[in-house]
Design a protein around this ligand. Sequence first.
Ligand code: SF4
Length: 322
Amino acid sequence: MQVLFCFGIEKRRIMYYNIQKVSKGVFMKLYAPRYYKKFKCIADKCDHSCCIGWEIDIDEDTLEKYKAPEVPYASEILNSISFEGAPHFKLCEGDRCPHLNENGLCKIILRAGEGYLCGICREHPRFYNYTDVAEVGLGMSCREAARLILSSPDYDVTEEIGQTPYGEETCFFDGRSEREKIYKILGDKSADYSAKLQTLYSSFKIDAVDDAVWRGIINSLEYLEEKHKELFLNYSSQSRPQGMDEYLERALAYFIYRHCTEAYDEEEFRLRLNFCLFCERLLASLIYSQKAGTLQEIAVLASIISEEIEYSEDNTQALTWR
Ligand code: SF4
C-alpha cells in the first residue's frame, strides 16, 4: 500500500505512483516523524541523485498539464516522454533524466516551475502509510534522508503536519500501537542495545534462522548493481560492529515505521518485523565488513540496502514471506 514503490526492469527500475487509491474530498490527519520537517533535497550537491538510473512514470494529471501550449518548456517535456507502456521520461546517456542539467538541477523546475513536477518527482523520497491516520516518512534510498534518519534520536516522536485525502485501502489493524511497544523497548535506557534486541525477538516470537538460509535468499534477489549482491553476501548474524548501536537502533526504528505499521494482523506484523530485523542485521554486517565508521559511510550502506531491497517489491516479498 505504499505510495512509492518500484519494480525491477532489466538494469533499471521504474518508480511509479498511486498504488494507494484515495477518496478525493475526504481527508484524514497526516503525521510524520519529528525529523521529517528538517529534510530538504540538496539537488546539485547530491552525490547519488535520484534523477539518475530511475525511469519515472508520469501520472495522468501532470501529463495533462504538459499538454497546455502556454506552459513554458512544455513541448520539450512532451518530446522527452515515451508512451510505450506507462508514459515515462526517456532516459539519456548514463541513465540520466532528460531534464537534469549539467549543474545537477531540474530544468522542469527552472523553466516551468515546481508545480509542473510529476507526482513521483514531487514526492520522492517520501512514502505514506495508512491506518486510522495517515503517516508520511522519508525513504533511506536518498542519502540525505538516510543521514537525517541515522542522526535523529527522537524517531519515536511523530507530529501532526496537516491533512491528506482518505486512503480507500486504509488498514484497521492497530500496527501503530504495536510499533509503540517496540519503540518503548528500544527506548529503555536501563538496557543495552543487544539486550533490547533480545527482548524484541522474544516478545514477538521471532525465531533465529540459519545465516546460510538468509544468504541463499540474498543470492536469489534481483539487483540494480551486481556488486551489491557480493556486498550483501557478507551477511552474518554474528558480525556486529562496535560502537554503532545508536545508528543501528535508528535504522531499525525506521524500517519498523516504514514496513510494520500497515500490517493487516498480528501474524503479518510479526513477519514484517522479522524482515525489518533482517535489514538491521544486514546493515550491521555491511558496517562490520566494510569497516564503516562515519555517519556518511553508514548512510551510503543504508541507502544501498534501501534501493536494492525496499524499492523492489519482489525483493521485499522474498525476504518477508520466506
Ligand atoms: S537522492 Fe535525495 S537529495 Fe539527492 S536529488 Fe534525490 S531527493 Fe534530492
